[in-house]
Design a protein around this ligand. Structure first.
Ligand code: PLP
Length: 441
């Protein structure tokens, strides 16, 4: 492994030296000429609204395309990942006071979809190496009120679905997958989204499958599909073929506006035509980066268990602050000054967030507070050591290498090696100036 010869401590860009240069990505998200032409066509035809399959061939095409990708499961195209996830809970009839066991280490929408159903998120700790929910902690958190497990495939890395399915089945719980960062990831040859009773995916413009703002729900269960449609689609999609007669009395417009637009339906269809090629490129670049990182003293990528094939939405690295003698935030700031985006993606464990603390709550009123108070749950100072370790020690970076860009992967490695070669200067800088306090942005 060759690392660049950098001898002068002052050469770090953070300390006034010359930066290595920005890690740049080919255009992302990329929309093909055909996709753009089709979007133009939809606009020219004045198809602004998609009320359901009966109304929009674009929605039929998108849902059928995604369904094919997910082994013929039911698919409901939505306005966002949050809409799809809340639809998953609603479709499973999880609502007021029901408990959902989930991860404290994720994007807020994995939790807010539970709160917006007035259900109660119950957090269990994560695996330290991967940042994913630790299945072995779940059984101790199950109560008579528990209805589901909601697992997140964070950073494109599949959670342990076989074990989660086993636990859910043993206890009669539903399994919900948040695949928003992991379209196309597989475990044991099975795609994420194909194991849960319902799964939600985000397709906002920064995701592995990007549109502008959209999402979709996947479920093997027609009943879950229609009940999800009932909370987020005008008239619950009652005019669509197959709408169950027994649900008709409950179909109305007391809904969230979670429907997909025909414009994004077209983008969903077109982008799915390219997803496998994009994922192959992400994996190829990730393998190269993993190989390069063997030469790093302080950073490593999480191991992949047998049969796990991530899709690397973001790249996450575990940082050994003790060995480096420099805080994560200072190390990340040094990488950033050289031109490589480096940050801690999860700013703090979700249970620490003040809008979950009903005890003495003084913020703007939120709809879920009464349900939390009635449950008596106390999120303050939870013992979740692995989550706390990752919040303080992991480093994330963008990884949207969907075109050949090996030279940028080389540049990332070069940046890391440069900072490591100058670790004494960085230690000295931190000793004099204190640690950098935030890696966000
Ligand atoms: C893990 C996870 N869940 C849910 C969401 C919510 O998706 P959306 O922004 O499309 O509502 C996101 C989006 O960033 C996410 O990363």
């Amino acid at each position: 492994m060759s690392s660049p010869t950098i001898t002068s401590p002052s050469s770090l860009a953070l300390l006034g030296g010359t930066p290595i240069g920005d890690v740049v990505y080919s255009k992302f998200p990329h929309f093909s000429d055909r996709a753009i032409e089709r979007v133009g066509q939809v606009l020219r035809e004045g198809k602004a609204v998609g009320l359901g399959r009966f109304h929009s061939p674009e929605i039929v095409e998108a849902e059928e395309t995604i369904s094919k990708y997910h082994g013929g499961r039911e698919v409901l195209a939505c306005s966002s990942g949050h809409a799809a996830l809340q639809g998953a809970l609603a479709g499973l009839e999880i609502c007021s006071g029901d408990e959902v066991i989930t991860t404290p280490y994720t994007w807020g929408a994995s939790t807010s979809c539970i709160l917006h159903q007035n259900a109660i998120p119950v957090f269990v700790d994560i695996e330290r190496d991967t940042g994913l929910i630790d299945p072995e902690l779940i059984e101790a958190a199950i109560t008579p009120r528990t209805k589901a497990i909601l697992a997140v495939h964070l950073f494109g890395h599949p959670a342990n679905l076989p074990r989660l399915r086993e636990i859910a089945d043993k206890h009669g719980l539903a399994l919900i997958e948040d695949g928003s960062q992991a379209h196309g990831a597989t475990i044991g040859g099975v795609r994420v989204g194909d194991v849960g009773d319902a799964s939600g995916f985000s397709c906002m413009g920064g995701k592995v499958l990007p549109t502008t703002e959209a999402g979709y729900l996947v479920t093997p269960n027609k009943d879950v599909f229609w009940k999800a449609a009932m909370i987020g689609q005008h008239m619950g999609r009652a005019p669509d073929e197959g709408f169950p007669e027994e649900l008709r009395p409950w179909s109305d417009s007391l809904v969230y506006t979670y429907r997909v637009t025909p414009l994004n339906a077209v983008l969903l269809t077109e982008q799915f035509g390219r997803i496998d090629a994009w994922i192959a490129e992400r994996r190829r670049h990730a393998d190269l980066f993993r190989e390069k990182l063997q030469g790093s003293q302080f950073l490593s990528m999480p191991d992949c268990a047998e049969g796990v094939k991530p899709v690397y939405h973001l790249l996450t690295m575990n940082y050994d602050a003790e060995a480096a003698g420099v805080s994560r935030d200072t190390f990340a700031a040094a990488l950033k000054a050289e031109g490589m985006l480096a940050f801690g993606y999860v700013p703090s464990p979700i249970p620490d967030w003040p809008r979950l603390h009903w005890q003495g709550y003084a913020g703007p009123k939120v709809s879920w507070m009464a349900a939390l108070e009635a449950s008596g749950i106390d999120y303050r100072n939870m013992a979740i050591p692995n989550c706390r370790w990752r919040v303080a020690n992991s480093i994330e970076t963008r990884f949207d290498f969907v075109d050949p860009q090996e030279h940028m992967v080389e540049r990332m490695a070069e940046t890391i090696f440069k900072v490591e070669a100058n670790i004494d200067a960085l230690r000295e800088h931190e000793r004099k100036n204190g640690a950098v306090t935030s890696t966000k942005g």
